[in-house]
Design a protein around this ligand. Structure first.
Ligand SMILES: *Cc1c(COP(=O)(O)O)cnc(C)c1O
Length: 427
C-alpha cells in the first residue's frame, strides 16, 4: 500500500522540481515513485502508509548510529531549549573543532560550514589562494557536491541522470578542472607533468562512495601523496562520507596518509546539515578573518548541528564500534554473495568497513568506467523487489549502502532472505 506516498508525490511535483529537494530521491533511475518517510528508529524507517523498511541509505551516510539515537535526540532537545541559532560563537563549536582535530592528525584547524558542497567549494578556493594556481585535478566518478567547477564527470546523482555535467555552468568555470580516471596514477602523473606549476590541488574521495563503493588500488593514494608534494599541489581528501565512517580517523587514518586539506560532512552533523574543511595551520591561516580567503555562513557552526555532531562522535569513540559495524557488514555481504550466486545473478560486491555496493556486472569495478558497465535495469528490479520485501537500498546503482550501529544480526538475516528472492527477480 503506497496510497499516501502517491498522493504526496503528486502534490510535491506541482510545487517542487521533480517533487524532490535532491534529485536521486525521485527514483528516476530505478523507476516507480518514491516513498515519503514519516519516521525512523534504529535500523528502520516507516513511510506515510505505515510500511516499515530496514534502511541501508541512512540519510546517505550521516546516520552511522541509526535513526533517532537517544543520545543525539537528548542533545538536540537540550539545545532547542537554549536556542537554535545565535550568529555568535558558542562553546560547542570549539568542542567539535577540538574533537575533529584530535581525531585527524592532518587537521590542525577546521572551519565549520553547512554542507559537504560548501566544504569542497571552500577548500578549492583556499587551495587556489594558497598556491596561487588555478587548475584542479579530480577523478571521474568522484562527487564533491554540486560545486560548479567540480561537476565534471561527477558520480552519484549526476551519473544516475546520465548528465555529463550540469546545464547553467559557464564553460570557463570547468576549463581549469581536469578529470582523470580513478586508480590510474600514470594518468595523474602525465596531467601533472603537462601542467607544471599550474595545478592548485588534487581532490579525491580516498575511498570512493559516489560511483558506488570503489576501493583505491594498492599504492594509488600513497603515490598520489608523493606526486602532489613533488609538484607543489595540495592534496585534498574529500572525506564527507568516509570521515568517522571507516575509522574514527576516517580513510586517512585507515591508510595512514596525511592530506593537506580534508573535507568532512555527513556524520559530523549527526543527521543535521553540516560540513567542515580543515588542515595544516599554515594553510588554514589564509581563511578570513585571519587571512584573505573570504568564506562565511549565517548558520555556520549551527548549535543544533554541532550538538548532534558532538553526541554522535562521542558515541563513535566507544570501544569496538568500528569492529562491530564491519563484522555486521561482512556477514551481510557474504550472505548477499551467496544469495546472488544461488539465483544465478552476476554481481560484484565492493565493500570496506560499513560501506558496500552490489554492482550488476561480471567484471571487477575499479573505476567509473567499469562501474558504468553495470546493468542498471537489473539493479532497478532488484531495488524494487527489496523494497516490496521491506528493505530500503539506495534508489540508484551508483550509490553506497550504509550499515549502521543500529542494524542487528536479525536485520542482516532478514535482508539476506529478501535478497535471495530479489536477485531471482532481477535476472
Ligand atoms: C555527500 C557528499 C558531498 C556533498 O555534501 P552535501 O552535504 O550533500 O553538500 C561531497 N562529497 C562527498 C564525497 C559526498 O559524499
Amino acid at each position: 500500500m503506497n496510497r499516501r506516498s502517491k498522493v504526496l508525490f503528486a502534490r510535491a511535483q506541482k510545487r517542487i522540481p521533480g517533487g524532490v529537494n535532491s534529485p536521486v530521491r525521485a527514483f528516476r533511475s530505478v523507476g516507480g515513485e518514491p516513498r515519503f518517510i514519516k519516521s525512523g528508529k534504529g535500523s528502520r524507517v516507516i513511510d506515510v502508509d505505515g510500511n516499515s523498511y530496514i534502511d541501508y541509505v541512512c540519510s546517505w551516510g550521516p546516520l552511522i548510529l541509526g535513526h533517532s539515537p537517544s543520545k543525539v535526540q537528548a542533545a538536540l532537545r537540550q539545545q532547542t531549549d537554549l536556542g537554535t541559532s545565535f550568529g555568535a560563537s558558542t562553546e560547542n563549536e570549539v568542542i567539535l573543532a577540538e574533537m575533529i582535530a584530535d581525531a585527524f592528525p592532518a587537521i590542525e584547524k577546521v572551519r565549520l560550514v553547512n554542507s559537504g558542497t560548501e566544504a569542497t567549494m571552500s577548500a578549492i578556493r583556499l587551495a587556489r589562494a594558497f598556491t596561487g594556481r588555478n587548475k584542479i585535478i579530480k577523478f571521474d566518478g568522484c562527487y564533491h557536491g554540486h560545486v560548479d567547477s567540480l561537476l565534471v564527470t561527477a558520480g552519484s546523482g549526476v551519473a544516475t541522470l546520465g548528465l555529463p555535467d550540469s546545464a547553467g555552468i559557464q564553460p570557463q568555470e570547468c576549463i581549469s578542472t581536469l578529470s582523470v580516471p580513478y586508480n590510474r596514477i600514470e594518468v595523474v602523473q602525465k596531467v601533472l607533468d603537462d601542467n607544471r606549476a599550474e595545478v592548485a590541488a588534487v581532490i579525491v574521495e580516498p575511498i570512493a562512495g559516489n560511483m558506488g563503493t570503489v576501493l583505491p588500488a594498492p599504492g594509488f593514494l600513497q603515490r598520489l601523496r608523493k606526486l602532489t608534494r613533488e609538484h607543489g599541489a595540495l592534496l585534498i581528501f574529500d572525506e564527507v562520507i568516509t570521515g568517522f565512517r571507516l575509522s574514527y580517523a576516517g580513510a586517512q587514518g585507515l591508510l595512514r596518509l596525511k592530506p593537506d586539506l580534508t573535507c568532512l560532512g555527513k556524520i559530523i552533523g549527526g543527521g543535521l546539515p553540516v560540513g567542515a574543511y580543515g588542515g595544516h595551520r599554515e594553510i588554514m591561516k589564509w581563511v578570513a578573518p585571519e587571512g584573505p580567503v573570504y568564506q562565511a555562513g549565517t548558520l555556520s557552526g549551527n548549535p543544533l548541528a554541532v550538538a548532534a555532531g558532538i553526541a554522535t562522535l562521542k558515541a563513535l569513540k566507544a570501544a569496538n564500534v568500528y569492529k562491530r559495524i564491519e563484522g555486521l557488514t561482512q556477514e551481510l555481504v557474504a550472505g548477499l554473495r551467496k544469495a546472488a550466486e544461488e539465483a544465478g545473478a552476476a554481481v560484484q560486491i565492493n565493500t570496506i568497513g560499513s560501506m558496500f555496493t552490489v554492482f550488476f556486472t561480471n567484471s571487477p569495478v575499479t573505476d567509473f568506467q567499469s562501474a558504468k558497465k553495470s546493468d542498471t535495469n537489473r539493479y532497478g528490479r532488484f531495488f524494487h523487489a527489496l523494497l516490496d520485501r521491506g528493505v530500503y537500498f539506495p534508489p540508484s546503482q551508483f550509490e553506497t549502502c550504509f550499515v549502521s550501529l543500529a542494524h542487528s544480526r536479525s536485520d542482516i538475516r532478514t535482508t539476506i532472505d529478501a535478497a535471495r528472492e530479489a536477485f531471482a527477480a532481477a535476472v
